[in-house]
Design a protein around this ligand. Sequence first.
Ligand SMILES: [Zn+2]
Length: 117
Amino acid sequence: MDIEILRVLQSILHYSLHFLAPGIIGFIFFRSQWKRAWIIMVATMIIDLDHLLATPIFDPTRCSVGFHPLHSYYAIAAYLLLLLFKKSRIIAVGLLFHIVTDWQDCYWSGFITLYGK
Ligand SMILES: [Zn+2]
């Protein structure tokens, strides 16, 4: 398959999941305050600041999950704990969905490496 088309599809999916999906999640699960929930969930993207600690800062072949400190399994465990409290629940859903988004991206990268030409 054409590697450029695969990369474009990967980016469209990645950024849709980062920006649009939180709106849908907010509308379904936090209906009374869905716009606020959407903004909060998009704001969880701040954890990507941990990429600044890595060299190189951006590497398309590297999987963020399990690599960067705020994408580590310890961090994910902390995000799961935040789910338990009503006050931090929206943040926790945003953080965990962010991790799922980055994680599915790792499979795209593997797929493109295998089948992209
Ligand atoms: Zn990330």
